[in-house]
Design a binder for this molecule. Structure first.
Ligand code: FMN
Length: 338
C-alpha cells in the first residue's frame, strides 16, 4: 500500500512510517525489512559501539538500498548529548557515509543539522515540549518527532493530541511525526487527525522475530497490558517507561536524595550523569540476555495492542492494512456529517 504525502516525499519512502530507533533492539535485519516494506527504518548509533561496526552497517544498508531499489529508506539516531562519549565519532562516520536521515535526541542538534544539510540529508528532532522544539526550529531542523505520553523509552509528559496541535500552532511550517502508543491502524489514523504527517513506532517491533532480545522479553511484551507499564528514573536519570517486572519493583522507580543532589551539582553533574547512563546501559544490556532475572525491559503502553511475535514485514503489512480499514470505517462513520 502506498500513501504519498509531504513526509513520505521528503524522506523518500512509500509510506510515512518510521521504525523507531531502539537501544539494544534495532538491528540490520530489522532495518532491511523496514526498507523492503517501504518505510523509514532507523537505529541508534549506540547499538554499534565497537570499532568499525557502525561504518560497516551503514555501508551494508546503502548497498542494500541501491542494489535492491527498495521503496524505503534508513536513518541513524544520534544522542546529541555531551554525556555521549561516542557522539563526535559517530557523527563523522555517518556524514562520511552519507546517511540520508537522522533523528536526534536530547541535547543540542546544531552540528548534526549543519553537517547533514551540507549533503542534503534530513534531520528530525525528538521533542517532548515546546521549549526544546523552539531550540530545534531555530537551528533549522526538517521536522519534529513528537514523543508523547505512553511511548517506550524516554516518553514525553504530554498526550499526543495536545503536543502535536501545539507544535503545529507554534511552528506551522515544520512537519510533525507522532510517536508514542501507536501500534494499530486506528492510532495511526488518529495521529493524522491531530495534525501529524506520519507515525514512529517502536514497542511493536520488539515483539518481532528479527529483534535481537531474549524470547522472555518478547513474550513479556505480548503478555503485558497498559497497566503493567511504569516510569522509572533508575536507568538513565530521565523518566523511562518499562515493564513493571518484580526486579523493577524491587529497585524502585526514583533516584535517592543523594543521586538527585549529585545530578544537580554544577561541579559533578556531568560526570555523575555519565556514570548513571553507563551503568543504566549495562543494566539494560544484561536484561535482554536469556535467563537474566534482573529484568529492566523498556516498553511503552502500546503493549496493550500487541498479542503476537511476528516478522517485521508482517507487522508493517498488518499495520498498513489496519490503517486502510480504519480510514474506510471512519469515512462511513462520518457520512452523516454535512
Ligand atoms: C526498547 C526501546 C529502546 C529505545 N531506545 C531509544 C534510543 O536509543 N534512542 C531514541 O531516541 N529513542 C529510543 N526509544 C524511543 C523510540 O525511538 C520511540 O520514540 C518510541 O518507541 C515510540 O513509542 P512506542 O514505543 O510507544 O511506539 C526507545 C524505545 C524503546 C521501546
Amino acid at each position: 500500500m502506498k500513501f504519498s504525502n509531504k513526509i513520505s516525499q521528503m524522506l523518500q519512502i512509500e509510506f510515512p512510517m518510521i521504525m523507531a530507533p531502539m537501544f539494544l533492539v534495532s538491528n540490520e535485519a530489522m532495518m532491511k525489512s523496514g526498507m523492503h516494506s517501504g518505510i523509514m527504518a532507523t537505529f541508534p548509533s549506540l547499538n554499534y559501539r565497537k570499532e568499525g561496526e557502525l561504518e560497516q552497517l551503514i555501508m551494508s544498508l546503502n548497498k542494500y538500498k541501491n542494489e535492491n531499489k527498495v521503496k524505503g529508506n534508513f536513518g541513524v539516531n544520534l544522542i546529541v548529548q555531551k554525556t555521549n562519549p561516542l557522539y563526535q565519532k559517530h557523527l563523522k562516520v555517518c556524514t562520511e557515509n552519507k546517511v540520508p536521515f537522522y533523528i536526534t535526541s536530547l541535547g543540542n542538534p546544531k552540528e548534526v543539522i549543519l553537517e547533514a544539510h551540507a549533503y542534503g540529508a534530513k534531520v528530525f528532532c525528538d521533542v517532548t515540549n515546546i521549549k526544546h522544539a523552539e531550540k530545534c526550529a531555530s537551528l533549522n531542523c526538517d521536522g519534529f518527532i513528537a514523543v508523547g505520553q505512553g511511548a517506550g523509552g524516554h516518553a514525553g509528559p504530554h498526550p499526543l493530541h495536545i503536543l502535536i496541535p501545539s507544535l503545529i500552532n507554534h511552528f506551522p511550517h515544520i512537519p510533525v511525526i507522532a510517536a508514542g502508543g501507536i501500534a494499530s491502524g486506528q492510532a495511526m489514523l488518529s495521529s493524522l487527525a491531530a495534525g501529524a504527517g506520519g507515525f514512529s513506532i517502536g514497542t511493536r517491533f520488539i515483539a518481532s522475530h528479527e529483534a535481537t532480545v531474549s524470547t522472555d522479553y518478547k513474550n513479556a511484551i505480548v503478555n503485558a497490558g497498559m497497566d503493567n507499564i511504569v516510569m522509572t528514573n533508575r536507568i538513565s536519570g530521565t523518566p523511562c517507561s518499562i515493564i513493571n517486572t518484580p526486579y523493577a519493583q524491587k529497585i524502585g522507580y526514583n533516584q535517592s536524595w543523594f543521586e538527585k543532589l549529585l545530578s544537580k551539582s554544577s561541579t559533578v553533574k556531568k560526570y555523575f550523569k555519565m556514570m548513571v547512563q553507563v551503568k543504566g546501559m549495562k543494566k539494560l544490556e544484561d536484561s535482554i540476555k536469556p535467563g537474566n532475572y534482573h529484568t529492566l525491559w523498556c516498553a511503552g503502553k502500546s503493549v496493550e495492542m500487541i498479542d503476537k511475535i511476528l516478522g517485521c514485514e508482517e507487522i508493517i503489512a498488518n499495520l498498513k492494512d489496519e490503517f486502510k480499514q480504519s480510514v474506510t470505517q471512519l469515512k462511513s462513520n462520518l457520512q452523516s456529517i454535512d
